[in-house]
Design a protein around this ligand. Structure first.
Ligand code: PGA
Length: 258
């Protein structure tokens, strides 16, 4: 498992608010966060609010163009009778420039398959948004020795419908399902091992840019473990749920590695 030394990749600090922070809380969050967070030119900070709060986020953060934002999911179709669906084509008008695809909560609660995730990536890229493909194994999969197989399958199937150019545009998030919202973080060594597997799979997949792709770690990241995780080989940033909801804790995370 040897790679040439990789070029430095700009760290990404991503916040996934899931179903927290409606429009009212979003404005208050941005006000408090921006009072503490100093703009950084050496990192990207991106927040994924719930869709209902996108307009509030855009308004509250209008003076802080360094803060990027995105949607947590898009529909596989661009239009039509899909009650509650979010069309990727409608996202850019909100000012959002990123989109998540394949979060484990989407896979588990809404039955998103690898093929669905692939279709969503196509929509996200057509809309000119920056996709984050989330992959990760369950505890049972890890304990039965299937870590590599699960990650490889999730990546291979999701990128299948993408052409070479689009494959090179993906950002990845490795999020072990057993570490999400559980307080149980993967050790820096666990994260490094899984990120190396992801990068190996990218190197084997035509069109994917293994050395330049950003691979984020997600799962119970908090101010107390951010520095150690960011220092792990191959970890290019983080995708944070619970600890991103408090503006002070999120500011502490976004200050890591300065
Ligand atoms: P967590 O969630 O930080 O609350 O574990 C991470 C995620 O699901 O993206």
């Amino acid at each position: 498992m040897s790679h040439p030394p990789s070029q430095p990749r700009t760290p990404v600090f991503a916040a996934n608010w899931k179903m927290s922070h409606g429009p009212a809380e979003t404005g208050a969050f941005v006000e408090r966060f921006t009072a503490h967070h100093r703009r950084r030119s050496d990192a990207t900070v991106v927040i994924f609010p719930p869709a209902i709060s996108l307009a509030a986020f855009a308004a509250a953060a209008s003076g802080r163009l360094d803060l990027e934002f995105g949607v947590q999911d898009v529909h596989t179709e661009l239009e039509g009778a899909h009650t509650s669906g979010i069309s990727a084509a409608m996202v850019p008008a909100t000012g959002a420039t990123w989109a998540l695809a394949g979060h484990s909560e989407r896979r588990r609660e809404f039955g998103d398959t690898d093929a669905d995730v692939g279709r969503k990536l196509v929509r996200i890229l057509e809309a000119g948004l920056r996709p984050v493909l989330c992959v990760g194994e369950t505890l049972e999969e890890r304990e039965s020795g299937r870590l590599s197989t699960v990650l490889e399958t999730q990546i291979r199937e999701a990128v299948r419908p993408l052409d070479r150019e689009d494959r090179a545009r993906l950002v990845y998030a490795y999020e072990p399902v057993w570490a999400i919202g559980t307080g149980r973080t993967a050790s820096p060594a666990d994260a490094a091992e899984a990120h190396a597997i992801v990068r190996e799979q990218l190197a084997r997949t035509e069109g994917c840019d293994a050395e330049r792709a950003a691979i984020l770690y997600g799962g119970s990241v908090k101010p107390a473990n951010i520095e150690a995780l960011l220092a792990a080989p191959g970890v290019d940033g983080v995708l944070v749920g619970g600890a991103s909801l408090d503006p002070d804790s999120w500011a502490a995370i976004c200050a890591a590695g300065r």
